[in-house]
Design a protein around this ligand. Structure first.
Ligand SMILES: [Zn+2]
Length: 199
């Protein structure tokens, strides 16, 4: 059976990534949406970080290195989650987390090289498809890009208490409240409706 595509509605892949631990703050949660390395690869493909060919090559690496690659991605995701959720509250990352971000930054810097392509220089990955940690490193790069953007990102969490998915508020009036109007937004509307029509 073909799996449903990941919900990528955060306006940034690093936030979509954090949202893959679903129901993070729900009593019955959390729910892991990335239980295997294959699912991590699928997420990166759907998020535009890996091509089909790259994902297929990474998917052919040894089980042991895939396991390691998955563990390091999950570790990164939880680091980003701590940093982003504090960011939403206007709080800086802990010293420990800041040091961890520095480590991720130097790890991916070591895997890149400068190449001359189409008349200009560009950073390219040296050994992307033989490195099981590539998904984690690509996501670390995205996360740091967002945190260090020229304009500080307008991070928000979904207004539903049981959801709290992260997203970037890119709306003109800064009024986006829901991760997805079709699910969380409508549920809230239905609740308001039934509360107003009770008795
Ligand atoms: Zn939501």
């Amino acid at each position: 059976m073909k799996k449903a595509p990941f919900k990528l509605n955060a306006e940034h892949v690093a936030l979509d990534f954090v949202n893959t631990l679903d129901d993070r703050y729900t009593a019955g949660g959390p729910r892991e949406l990335l239980p295997t390395y294959d699912e991590l690869l699928r997420f990166c493909r759907e998020g535009g970080l890996l091509t089909h060919i790259e994902a297929a090559r990474l998917g052919a690496l040894s089980a042991a290195s895939q396991e390691k690659g998955l563990r390091s991605a999950i570790e990164l995701r939880e680091l980003l989650a701590r940093v982003f959720y504090r960011w939403v509250d206007g709080r800086p990352p802990s010293t420990e987390d800041r040091t961890a971000l520095e480590r991720w930054s130097s790890a991916y810097a070591q895997r890149r090289e400068l190449r001359w392509e189409d008349g200009h220089l560009a950073w390219r990955w040296k050994t992307l498809t033989s490195d099981a940690e590539a998904p984690a490193l690509l996501l670390a790069e995205q996360g740091l890009d967002l945190l260090l953007a020229h304009e500080p990102p307008r991070l928000r969490t979904c207004a539903s208490d049981t959801c709290r998915w992260l997203f970037l508020d890119t709306s003109k009036n800064r009024t986006r409240r829901w991760c997805d109007m079709k699910t969380c937004g409508n549920r809230a509307k239905a609740r308001r409706y039934s509360a107003a029509h009770q008795n």
